[in-house]
Design a protein around this ligand. Structure first.
Ligand code: PGA
Length: 255
């Protein structure tokens, strides 16, 4: 595996937090703290905060993402937002398949794949979330679960399009629980995901894919997690809402 082929990306997943004015304030706080970062820095914010996030990040090294998108370009889907709408705003990234969407909003591997396709077609970069439930880990089927999720999500995705896929391994039992995977557990599953991708696209293409870890990553454990050879950054929930903590994780990714 050649880590030099891929870029570390630290992405904040703000979830359902921050109003538009709070978004501007938090980004203004984060900006100077991450200005010299060499890793990619992304903030994924609620739809209604995107405009403020785009304005606040203008001219900075912070890029903006959404937290989901629909699989159709337009149509009778009350309350939904399409990838082309995000693209036209200037949004670059979109999280797809987050476990909270899978758990609370009926997201399936098939709808994840449909959303991935729509996002790629619109020109966005996808942060694709995969991860096992606690009972699946206890049953010893973690690799099977993430392998299936990854394969279905990437179905119909070309090798060229793979360059616009970031995978985030997020064990569901570690999200928002304060319980983090050990660095070894994170690295082991990230490496397994990379070998699934290698099986689909070849080792060289797989070596180029940024595979993040997510799940209670914070300023205290980031160094250890990010020092693993197959952990190429993080998708950060809670700690991304505190500028100093988010910036400390960005610094850890640069080390
Ligand atoms: P957490 O969330 O860092 O709060 O555990 C991570 C995520 O859900 O992306």
């Amino acid at each position: 595996m050649n880590r030099a082929l891929r870029k570390a990306v630290i992405a904040g997943n703000w979830k359902m937090n921050k109003t538009p004015s709070e978004t501007t304030a938090l980004i203004n706080e984060i900006k100077p703290l991450v200005a010299s970062a060499s890793c990619g820095v992304v903030v994924c914010v609620p739809y209604v905060d995107l405009q403020n996030a785009l304005e606040a990040t203008k001219g900075s090294n912070i890029e903006v993402g959404a937290e989901n998108c629909h699989w159709k370009e337009n149509g009778a889907y009350t309350g939904e937002i399409s990838a082309v709408m995000l693209k036209e705003m200037g949004v670059k990234y979109v999280i797809i398949g987050h476990s909270e969407r899978r758990q609370y909003f009926g997201e399936t591997d098939v709808t994840v794949n449909m959303r991935v396709r729509a996002a790629l077609d619109a020109g966005l970069t996808v942060i694709l979330c995969v991860g096992e439930l606690l009972e699946e880990r206890e049953q010893g089927i973690t690799f099977e679960v993430v392998s299936k999720q990854t394969k279905i999500a990437l179905s119909g995705v070309s090798e060229e399009e793979l360059k616009r896929i970031i995978v985030a391994y997020e064990p569901v039992w570690a999200i928002g629980t304060g319980r983090t995977a050990t660095a070894e557990q994170a690295n082991e599953v990230n490496a397994a995901i990379r070998s699934v991708i290698a099986g689909l696209y070849g080792a060289e293409a797989a070596d180029g894919v940024t595979i993040q870890y997510g799940g209670s990553m914070n300023d205290q454990n980031a160094d250890e997690l990010l020092s693993q050879p197959d952990v190429d950054g993080g998708l950060i929930g809670g700690a991304s809402l505190v500028a100093s903590k988010f910036a400390a994780i960005v610094k850890a990714a640069d080390r």
